[in-house]
Design a protein around this ligand. Structure first.
Ligand code: FUB
Ligand code: ZN
Length: 649
């Protein structure tokens, strides 16, 4: 394991000390209908996620910090601040954000597992970041070092804010704000937050109505500003976030950037996901925050419409989004090629962020069905099981000729010159426990099936909640409810769409035959009829300590097809079991590209603890015979051919 010791050349350049002042945060209403039970109040103790969270903490985060050191990402802050000589290191105008995003992930990890060595290392990085900040709060190192230098072949140099379409200055700010908010919340220390607030205040003074009318080419500053607003209560931050959104598509005030940056029409009129996928979905997340915080019906209508377009026409069966390599972008409706699918890891992660917000806004489990699909497939396919190597695109097929990964490789890589995906993994994984439960007054929502426990106050009664399950391998879930004393409240437990007739909401995919069995719900051993509300089974009763809910979700291997409009999946089926999409790899199947499924193919499954850190292997027999593994685990035994969509005979 890499130890967190800063190289002497960097350590010597540090500023010392940090200000801890007492600005009170205001207790504000987020406007969301539901509140998540925060990740640091949920203790995951399962076999699936706990090891991923730990691998992220002990392998991915330290290795990524090390890469930042090696690639000069930290040097840039020192050079910008005049503490080191030299020109800009690295290749991207947003290299600073890798440092921020990894600090964000480290901060989340620190919240759950204190680690003084990591905390001290993060503090030393924050001191280095402070060196790179200009006196007025400006912070984008490549520009402070050399304004004339073009930061990338696709972006001209120029003075501050001159080329916001590509310069990423506001993107850099946005990730800094998100990271600083996380660090402040994790540690209570203001050293990073103060840097962020100084930068945010500069943005407030520069941008807005009657000021600089430009907007960021790449969104994320909007959600970042809203996080700072959450912490400080300073309305300027919220107003600026809204201003950046409201001004998109308005050609009366500036030259618009076009659909690539979702700047082709006012956001409230948008109803199709277009352009660069990560930009788009970060923007939809910001719009959802505004819909909630300001109870804005136009924003709400727009995010609903765009969501319908994504789930109805533009999402892969793996929950991946953004079909095209060209422009890292959404394709046309139903343009969902398997071999050339882009499906950037960052976009799948952004899809989780957005769908979680949509769920919090509407309380509908359909959003969780999308979230879960992305989480168990298109997100975790992006990081190797050992946490050391990554995919940037996540295709649904590999023929060993089409070189899909960033940099033109066929294998997972430890880092990229554009390393947004590894740093997104760092910041995402520690947050997973925060998606498991939510609350709305006296109602507890059980969203995801992950063995864990938490404590919530329901109807004035402190209630310990313990979930036991071996999901996603087994479909048995037990939720033990332990109120301090007898108490009436509601528990809503999600009945996933995949258990009945919907692999995903939106109708893009369907099962080839109805489920053989349905879910079974018991309370204290007795099967119960239940009312369904927005995808949740509703259990409203007077709870006593140790009351138990048991949910059985049948884990059949099922065949899924895409509707006819998806040309690339015509005449093909994919296999899924529970929330997991399966794929066939050459490693397990000679002649993998010719494998087909017919009516007479039978499927069975068995858990193999020795394979790929333990996976349920699907075996096809009868008319065709092959082995399939969960899609997320492919390419962990070396590069080889793979496909998700199998020909139907
Ligand atoms: O532009 C910043 C990040 O780099 C984007 O979100 C990714 O798609 C990659 O282009
Ligand atoms: Zn990325």
């Amino acid at each position: 394991m890499i130890r967190f010791i800063l190289p002497a050349v960097l350590a010597g350049a540090l500023l010392t000390g940090c200000t801890v002042t007492g600005e009170e945060s205001e207790d504000k209403d987020s406007g969301y209908m539901l509140s998540p039970v925060p990740f640091n109040e949920v203790h995951v103790n399962d076999n699936f996620w706990m090891s991923r969270i730990e691998t992220n903490r002990t392998v991915t985060i330290p290795a990524s910090f090390q890469k930042c050191e090696e690639m000069g990402r930290l040097d840039n802050f020192l050079i910008a601040g005049g503490r080191m000589d030299g020109g800009v290191r690295g290749e991207m105008p947003f290299d600073d954000t890798d440092v921020y995003k990894i600090i964000e992930g480290a901060s989340y990890s620190l919240t759950t597992i204190p680690d003084p060595e990591l905390e001290a290392y993060v503090d030393s990085l924050i001191a280095i970041i402070a060196v790179g900040q200009e006196a007025d709060g400006y912070l984008t190192t490549y520009k402070s070092i050399d304004t004339t230098r073009s930061p990338a072949p696709w972006c001209a140099g120029g003075s501050r804010w001159e080329n916001l379409g590509c310069s990423h200055e506001l993107y850099n700010s946005g990730h800094m704000f998100e990271a600083a908010a996380a660090h402040y919340q994790a540690t209570g220390r203001r050293n990073f937050l103060d840097i962020a607030l100084k930068n945010a205040d500069l943005l407030v003074s520069v941008f807005g109505p009657d000021k600089n009318p430009d907007i960021p080419g790449h969104q994320v500053v909007e959600t970042g500003l809203i996080k700072l607003y959450d912490i400080t209560g300073k309305k300027d931050y919220l107003e600026l976030a809204r201003h950046f959104l409201d001004s998109r598509g308005d050609s009366t005030i500036r030259d618009i950037l076009g659909p690539y940056s979702q700047d082709h029409m006012p956001v409230v009129q948008q109803d199709e996901a277009v352009g660069h996928a990560v930009r788009a979905v970060y923007m939809y997340s910001g719009m959802t925050d505004i819909a909630a915080l300001q109870q804005d019906s136009a924003y709400r209508k727009a995010v609903r419409n765009i969501w319908k377009n994504v789930v109805g026409k533009k999402i892969y069966i793996t929950g991946g989004i953004g079909a095209r390599h060209d422009g890292e972008a959404f394709g046309d409706n139903y343009e969902l090629p398997a071999l050339t699918a882009y499906n950037e890891t960052c976009a799948a992660i952004a899809n989780v962020y957005w769908n979680h917000r949509m769920f919090m806004l509407e309380g509908d489990a359909a959003y969780l069905d999308v979230l879960e699909r992305s989480l168990y497939n298109g997100v975790i396919s992006g990081v190797a099981l050992d946490g050391e190597t990554f995919f940037y695109p996540n295709p649904l097929e590999c023929n060993m000729e089409y070189r899909f990964n960033y940099g033109g490789t066929l294998s997972r890589e430890p880092w990229f010159s554009c390393s947004c995906c590894p740093s997104s993994v760092c910041r995402f994984i520690p947050n997973v426990p925060g998606y498991i439960y939510a609350q709305e007054e006296s109602t507890l929502y059980v969203n995801l099936f992950i063995q864990s426990n938490t404590e919530v106050e329901l109807n004035g009664t402190l209630t310990h909640v313990e979930q036991q399950t071996n999901y996603p391998w087994k479909g048995d879930v037990k939720v033990i409810v332990l109120p301090e004393r007898k108490s009436s409240f509601t528990v809503k437990i999600r009945i996933p769409g995949w258990v009945s007739d919907k692999p995903l909401p939106g109708g893009l995919y369907y099962f080839t035959s109805p489920a053989e069995q349905g879910p079974v719900l018991k309370v204290n051993g007795r099967e119960m009829d239940y009312i369904m509300d927005k995808g949740f089974a509703v259990i409203n009763r007077e709870w006593e300590p140790e009351d138990e809910i048991e949910l059985h979700l049948p884990m059949e291997v099922r065949k899924v097809k895409a509707i006819e409009e998806v040309a690339d999946a015509r005449g093909k089926v994919s296999l899924e079991r529970g929330p997991l999409v399966y794929c066939v790899e050459e490693m397990d199947n000679a002649g993998v590209m010719e494998l087909a499924v017919s009516e007479g193919t039978d499927f069975s499954s068995e858990f193999n603890p020795k394979l790929l850190n333990g996976v349920e292997v699907v075996t096809a027999s009868g008319a065709s015979s092959f082995k399939a593994i969960p899609y997320y685990a492919w390419n962990n035994r070396g590069a080889n051919k793979m496909k998700v969509w199998l020909d139907e005979e």
